[in-house]
Design a protein around this ligand. Structure first.
Ligand SMILES: Nc1ncnc2c1ncn2[C@@H]1O[C@H](COP(=O)(O)OP(=O)(O)OP(=O)(O)O)[C@@H](O)[C@H]1O
Ligand SMILES: O=P(O)(O)OC[C@H]1O[C@H](OP(=O)(O)OP(=O)(O)O)[C@H](O)[C@@H]1O
Length: 219
């Protein structure tokens, strides 16, 4: 029985489509009103664990799932011993530094020393500002980080930007990108090493199939 950790949020529809194209049907996880967190595939040879995005690598690292789908940003923020197997292409976004549109700062390196930076991704932010040799005070938030500069709590944020609408509607602008992120197929290294071929066949099929992403309006 192969277990796959799938993130419940923005990546779920595209993840299910990609596995379906590779022969594993997890469509039951998308059924309206589904509250089941461990869902068998239609053929019964696999099952999906429905977890929070940030928890996908945790289940894979501990071996409870042999495969998982998660945003690259999560892998950067919380390095865990999982193997990155396939760049799935969907879930594209950037990890960016943003400030109020009225801010005088247009480069991260120009931000004042010891200024506050709000983020859900404080490890990524810390590494970035360390590389710039700029000491900053990081404020960890669980979401809606755009409110940091709006309320005056922070000078800037480090956050994901996809369409740019959230920044725009909150009067912020991106001034620098840390990296680009897409969804990744990850695997448990030992499970892959001990695999008799079944896991690798799924990985190969997922790598081979190209599926157009679900349009944002229906995702
Ligand atoms: N507009 C976007 N905003 C955020 N993430 C996006 C966006 N577009 C693509 N992604 C990718 O989708 C992944 C999952 O995003 P989602 O919002 O579902 O998770 P999350 O914010 O980590 O969820 P939660 O904290 O509720 O578990 C992100 O890690 C990122 O890789
Ligand atoms: O550029 P856009 O297409 O507007 O997308 C970016 C927004 O999406 C994410 O938030 P999410 O919806 O995950 O909520 P969160 O703020 O609670 O993390 C991210 O943190 C931005 O706020």
């Amino acid at each position: 029985m192969i277990t796959v950790a799938l993130a419940k949020g923005a990546l779920l529809k595209d993840s299910v489509r990609r596995f379906a194209a590779a022969g594993l049907d997890f469509a039951a996880v998308l059924e309206p009103g589904n509250r089941q967190l461990m869902v068998p595939s239609a053929c019964g040879t696999a099952r999906a664990l429905l977890v929070r995005n940030a928890d996908v690598p945790v289940y894979v690292a501990y071996g409870q799932a042999q495969l998982g789908v998660v945003g690259y940003d999560v892998l950067r923020e919380q390095p865990l011993p999982v193997a990155q197997l396939v760049d799935l292409g969907f879930g594209g976004c950037r990890m960016s530094v943003a400030v109020k549109a009225s801010s005088p700062y247009r480069r991260a390196a120009d931000l004042p020393a010891h200024c506050r930076i709000a983020s859900k991704f404080t490890r990524c932010a810390e590494a970035y500002f360390e590389a710039l040799d700029l000491p900053v005070e990081l404020i960890h938030l669980a979401g809606s980080v755009e409110l940091g500069p709006i309320t005056g709590m922070s000078e800037a944020i480090v956050d994901l930007v996809a369409t740019g609408r959230t920044l725009e509607e909150n009067g912020l602008v991106a001034i620098e990108d840390l990296f680009h992120s897409t969804a990744r197929l990850v695997g448990h290294p030992l499970a892959l090493r001990l695999d008799g071929g079944e896991l690798q066949a799924i990985v190969d099929r997922i790598a081979a199939v190209s599926v157009a992403p679900v349009p944002a309006a229906v995702a």
